[in-house]
Design a protein around this ligand. Structure first.
Ligand SMILES: C[S@@+](CC[C@H](N)C(=O)[O-])C[C@H]1O[C@@H](n2cnc3c(N)ncnc32)[C@H](O)[C@@H]1O
Length: 406
């Protein structure tokens, strides 16, 4: 075990001692210690099961909140389904109503001590039974862990395989599906996820499910160093989606932009994808962070007060719609043509796509950003800057008409 891991280990051991104390003997200094040192077991022991417990760097969680706050009601109802030590709670608005779920006893206890106003529930998130309730589901779920659980409603559909009333599959798939079920129509899901979800076979049904139930808002690719402090170099992405109402229709994509065919040389034509889009789908915002401000040893490289690439992206998020209307609209970066709705979402994972190619010229210092035309707004898109707002109004109308029908 290296020096940094030894420090983490010692921090966790002392944290366990703190939480074992009677409540009235836990001091302010103890709470500060927990906040700064409790990291759980993720990446510490090579072969140990840690429930995918790799905690998110605080500036990543802060960025997600800063991007989302303008879209939420004043007192949002929030679910953090795998809360760890609560980094996503740290940056939540103070009057949010927050429910936090956590399987690990120690992490659940640490979070409830650090955030006494939050309803922390210790147990398996996948049996959580609130539906169509939250304004936001936010977090970083466990990845690559095999899960098996009995969902709370027997007749509810899941994309995971079923045997004797139980569902089985990969943790990240199950958590995304839970989030979509728990969030209300018009609400948002914002997760840090592995990039493999974009193309891996195990997530095929989930991709189609996401595409058919949610509008895609933004995908931000993060470099491997993001989780270096927890001993992993997995490439991840922030995904933000917005749940559509159940009666939202799937419509054909626009096939031309400003009079010409919607086609870019080797990246094909949008009609090749054989997919439809939810009515009101805006152009989706994409970005790739090339320097997260952490090196491969997990050391923070951005001096305090200096702007990170995520801070730079926030400027893009201030136009009220998460998309800069003046970015050039690119062909969607799905991983395969002719696969229909299951190919949708994310970058196709090999770093090659129409948007990245152009963004590398335009933003050579990073972060790279572009937008992808994913909308189904009739045959032709005929102007800059207007269709994005039109799509948002269309989303709102779709939500309103669904609310009046129920
Ligand atoms: C990747 S960590 C993220 C923690 C926190 N959201 C963060 O970003 O720092 C995943 C967390 O999920 C927890 N977890 C794993 N399986 C779970 C389950 N079935 N229900 C609730 N929590 C679970 C782990 O204990 C771990 O704390």
């Amino acid at each position: 075990m290296g020096k940094a891991d030894r420090r983490r280990w010692d921090g966790n051991v002392k944290s366990m001692e703190i939480i074992a104390k009677p409540l009235d003997q836990i001091t302010e200094d103890d709470l500060i210690f927990l906040r700064e040192n409790y990291t759980s077991a993720g990446g510490l022991l090579p072969n140990a099961y840690s429930g995918g417990a790799f905690f998110t760097p605080t500036h990543v969680a802060r960025f997600m909140w800063d991007a989302l706050k303008p879209l939420l009601p004043a007192k949002p109802r929030v679910l953090e389904p795998s809360v760890g030590a609560g980094v996503f709670i740290e940056h939540a608005p103070s009057d949010a109503e927050i429910t936090a779920l956590e399987l690990d006893k120690t992490s659940a206890k640490v979070t409830s001590l650090l955030y006494p106003s939050v309803a922390v529930v210790e147990g398996d998130a996948l049996t959580h039974d609130r539906r169509d309730y939250y304004d936001l589901v936010i977090g970083n779920p466990p990845y690559g862990v095999s899960v098996e659980f009995a969902p709370p409603f027997e007749l509810e559909e899941w994309t995971l395989s079923k045997a004797r009333g139980r569902r089985k599959g990969k943790s990240e798939v199950a958590f995304i599906e839970l989030a979509i079920k728990a969030v209300k129509p018009g609400g948002y899901v914002a997760f840090v996820l592995p990039t493999g979800l974009a193309f891996a076979n195990y997530a095929k049904k989930l991709r189609a499910y996401m595409h058919e139930t949610c509008w895609q808002v933004a995908t931000i690719l993060l470099p491997g160093e993001t989780f270096a402090a927890t001993g992993t170099t997995i490439a991840t992405q922030i995904l933000i989606i917005r749940k559509a109402p159940p009666n939202a229709k799937l419509v054909e994509p626009a096939t031309k932009k400003w009079g010409s065919n919607f086609r870019r040389s080797d990246f094909g034509d949008i009609t090749d994808y054989g997919a439809k889009f939810l009515e009101g789908q805006t152009p989706a915002y994409f970005a790739k962070i090339t320097d997260i401000g952490i090196d491969k040893h997990g050391k923070v490289t951005i001096p305090d007060g200096e702007e990170s690439q995520l801070d730079a992206l926030l400027e893009d998020f201030t136009d009220g719609g998460l998309v800069r209307e003046n970015l050039y609209p690119h062909i969607p970066s799905w991983y395969g043509v002719d696969k229909g709705n299951e190919a949708f979402f994310f970058s196709h994972g090999n770093g090659m796509c129409d948007g990245i190619r152009d963004a590398e010229y335009t933003y050579s210092d990073g972060p790279l950003r572009w937008q992808e035309l994913t909308l189904g707004a009739g045959e032709e898109i005929d102007g800059r800057g207007t269709w994005f707002d039109a799509c948002l109004e269309w989303q709102d109308d779709t939500l309103k008409s669904s609310a009046t029908k129920t």
